[in-house]
Design a protein around this ligand. Structure first.
Ligand SMILES: Nc1ncnc2c1ncn2[C@@H]1O[C@H](COP(=O)(O)OP(=O)(O)OP(=O)(O)O)[C@@H](O)[C@H]1O
Ligand SMILES: [Mg+2]
Length: 365
């Protein structure tokens, strides 16, 4: 099912939680809505699910008009062919696992199918043997699997999930992530998954929709939003690394990126370097674009280590460039210590450079 939103707006009193939102989601895609707390993710998901009404706009599921404020069309949630999974599971405590999963089917009057559909849904989340238990007799992970079974039992074409794994511990979250991803693909559903966890979004999504302050900032594959963020907000919110202010300089026919008063990096000739001398830039430098070593060399810049985190397969090191207080992040194979003198170069061919929003500044000598 394709999902199309046109001009969706929502205010709560004076607060505009969603500015006009246009969004298109392709049939079968797993889409993550990613953004900081309060940016409007849950509100948008609830509007798509019909639990909340938009003030303006239109929603279409393929050819079906689901909501149109102007035409006063508003299809009831239970008729939208969606399943929903919430952060707090929202199971009925007085019902068995079987009855929790059967609830939607019974409500739709599909009595003849209940037994088969519930068994199939429970088997899909590997809970077949727990059908007679009550929610309080299950672990958190099992409860969330019941909630997923309930959401898929009546064959929805769209599944909406609001931070469904955030109440689970890290190991369980990894397991459930894999189960969810493969289940959604196996059943051929279109999925919208709300999270503020960029790691979750990167690992699960076909498409990431980055939101901020009621707006969509960027939509693209995880690779797109990581490698080619369209603005500073996306660059800061998605992916590790440094987001610095720089200036484009030209001298003797060579393009330079000036990061601070000392650091001038020659830029390779490529299309994105087509800026006028003095253009203010936002420069995104990911850890893997820096080579960091303790061995001095004339061709390298010098820096000083600030923090070191052991990540198992590597160390993540933050350091400052000597003569500046800007922090850069790099990966290292060897253990380093705060205060160590280090040497580095930056792979300027792969770093991402964006013109700083609305600023064009030329230095006067
Ligand atoms: N029913 C409501 N009444 C008043 N304000 C609301 C209501 N629901 C949401 N808001 C406000 O709308 C904004 C967006 O809220 P929303 O719950 O969509 O954010 P979110 O991106 O899901 O955040 P989080 O990551 O913390 O869950 C917030 O400022 C919130 O306080
Ligand atoms: Mg939310």
């Amino acid at each position: 099912m394709d999902i199309a939103l046109h001009g969706i707006e929502k205010s709560f009193g004076k607060l505009q939680a969603l500015k006009p939102i246009d969004l298109h989601i392709n049939n079968g895609d797993f889409v993550c809505l990613l953004g900081p707390s309060g940016c409007g993710k849950t509100t948008l998901l609830r509007i798509i699910g019909g639990l909340e009404n938009a003030d303006e706009g239109r929603i279409q599921f393929s050819d079906r008009l689901i909501f149109d404020q102007a035409k006063k069309i508003n299809v009831q949630p239970q008729k939208r062919k969606i399943g929903m999974v919430f952060q707090d599971f929202a199971l009925w405590p007085h019902m068995t696992v079987f009855e929790n999963v059967a609830y939607g089917l019974r409500a739709q009057g599909r009595k003849a199918e209940v037994k088969d559909k519930v068994s199939e849904a429970l088997a899909n989340v590997q809970l077949g043997e727990h059908a007679k238990r009550y929610p309080h007799q299950l672990s958190g992970g099992q409860q969330q699997r019941v909630a997923i079974a309930r959401a898929i039992a009546n064959d929805p074409e769209i599944i909406l999930m609001d931070e469904p794994l955030s109440a689970l511990d890290a190991t369980l979250r990894d397991e459930m992530r894999i189960l969810l991803q493969s289940l959604v693909k196996k059943l051929g559903m279109t999925a919208i998954y709300v999270t503020h966890d960029q790691h979750e979004a990167m690992t699960m999504a076909d498409q990431i929709v980055v939101m901020n302050d009621g707006n969509i900032m960027q939509q693209g594959s995880p690779e797109d939003v990581y490698r080619e963020p369209e603005n500073e907000t996306v660059a800061r919110f998605v992916g590790k690394g440094a987001v610095l202010e720089g200036m484009h300089r030209q001298a003797d026919g060579i393009d330079y990126l000036q990061l601070n008063h000392q650091t001038r990096l020659p830029l390779p000739q490529k299309e994105h370097v087509d800026f006028a001398d003095g253009t203010m830039l936002t420069v995104v430098i990911r850890p893997e674009q820096i080579n960091l070593t303790k061995a001095p060399a004339e061709t390298l810049l010098a820096g000083t280590v600030k923090t070191v985190s052991f990540l198992g397969e590597k160390y993540e090191v933050s350091f400052t460039v000597d003569g500046s207080d800007e922090l850069l992040f790099a990966n290292a194979k060897e253990r380093m210590a705060p205060g160590d003198q280090v040497y580095f170069n930056i792979d300027t061919k792969s770093i991402h450079i964006i013109e700083k929003d609305g600023m064009n500044y030329v230095e006067t000598a």
